[in-house]
Design a protein around this ligand. Structure first.
Ligand SMILES: N[C@@H](CCC[C@H](N)C(=O)O)C(=O)O
Length: 323
């Protein structure tokens, strides 16, 4: 069987995107593990599966590099939004995800030659049961020290609806990644605090409307960017008054995005993630049972425009935090 498959990215968070008419066509976990292997076409962070939906334009499922399925993926949803909206020639629409139907739209390009899309990030919960996370008898963890993780750092637990643990850290904990790796590896191994694992982000405040976010993703490890983590971090930065604007620029190791953080009364939030949706290559993939091989590859030129845009972000990163 020959499959048409795209390689795409949002802020350098890389995925393969495949559309199927039949959600049971293949073992997606197995395919994700094969595609994300770093020895095959430099791997990827996950697999996005697009299938028919009876309630929206399409349905998105996301599989991490280790084959686990996640409830949501912000950078991936932008790429799926582009794929689906271009197919239907629509400026906006709705896409079904595991736990919510989300609004997506085409936006003004971030820069020339950069296809740009916005996606809704919802639902939001600070209840520890929503991650799930266990910490004594607490029901939430909001900017508090959790001694099981670190003696000093304060963490916030939030689901959007995939699980995130966020800490606002000093510059030295961004300049090196070992502290974050230790905490995240512990929480993503067998442990009682986050039994299903968690995406762990370290965040540095750069100004009233700018933050830097680096994420160790559940099921993947460090990625260039995690869309849900950046949006969750932007929300928490506003709730803690570390930032004060509705539009927050979020820098990341792969580039940058913009997050719109609307805070309504009664703890309701209106969150949108805006950023690139870049197609880097079109492949044909041969599947013989659970055995896969690439048959052909056609690179696009879109990545050149993206590299130009992200170059400046990477230079800023070097100036601020070193290599
Ligand atoms: N990279 C994604 C999130 C992918 C899922 C995550 N690793 C999880 O398991 O929750 C994003 O852009 O949000």
């Amino acid at each position: 069987m020959i499959l048409d498959i795209q390689k795409v990215h949002g802020s350098g968070n890389t995925f393969y995107l495949y559309e199927t008419k039949n959600e049971k066509e293949l073992d997606w976990a197995n395919l994700a593990i094969w595609l994300c292997d770093k020895d095959i076409e430099h791997g990827a962070d996950g697999l996005l599966v697009v299938s028919p939906s009876s309630n929206a334009l399409a349905k998105m499922r996301v599989f991490n590099a280790d084959g686990t399925e996640a409830s949501m993926c912000g950078n991936g949803l932008r790429c799926v939004a582009r794929y689906v909206l271009e197919k239907h020639n629509l400026p906006e629409g709705q896409i079904e995800t595991m736990k919510a139907i989300l609004h997506v739209a085409k936006e003004q390009p971030l820069a020339e030659g950069i296809p740009t899309y916005s996606v809704e990030i919802s639902p939001v919960s600070f209840e520890l049961t929503s991650l799930p996370m266990k910490y004594d008898n607490k029901t939430t963890l909001i900017n508090e020290v959790n001694v099981a993780l670190d003696e000093q750092l304060q963490f916030t637990a939030i689901s959007v609806p995939n699980p995130h643990l966020i800490s606002f850290v000093p510059k030295d904990l961004i300049a090196t990644s070992s502290h974050q790796e230790k905490v995240a590896s512990f929480l993503n191994g067998p442990n009682r605090i986050c039994p299903d694992g968690v995406n762990v982000s370290y965040v540095y405040i750069m100004g009233p409307d700018e933050i830097y976010v680096r994420t160790f993703e559940r099921g993947v490890g460090f990625t260039n960017a995690c869309g849900t983590a950046m949006t969750a971090s932007a929300l928490v930065s506003r709730l803690l008054n570390y930032t004060s604007k509705e539009k927050i620029t979020v820098m990341n190791p792969g580039g940058f995005v913009q997050c719109m953080v609307g805070i309504k009364q009664d703890d309701q939030y209106n969150l949108r993630l805006i950023g690139n949706a870049t197609i880097t290559a079109l492949y044909t993939l041969k599947s013989e049972g659970a055995h896969y091989s690439f048959e052909s590859k056609e690179e696009t030129v879109e990545q050149l425009a993206y590299l130009k845009l992200s170059h400046e972000a990477k230079e800023n990163h070097k100036t601020l935090f070193g290599d």
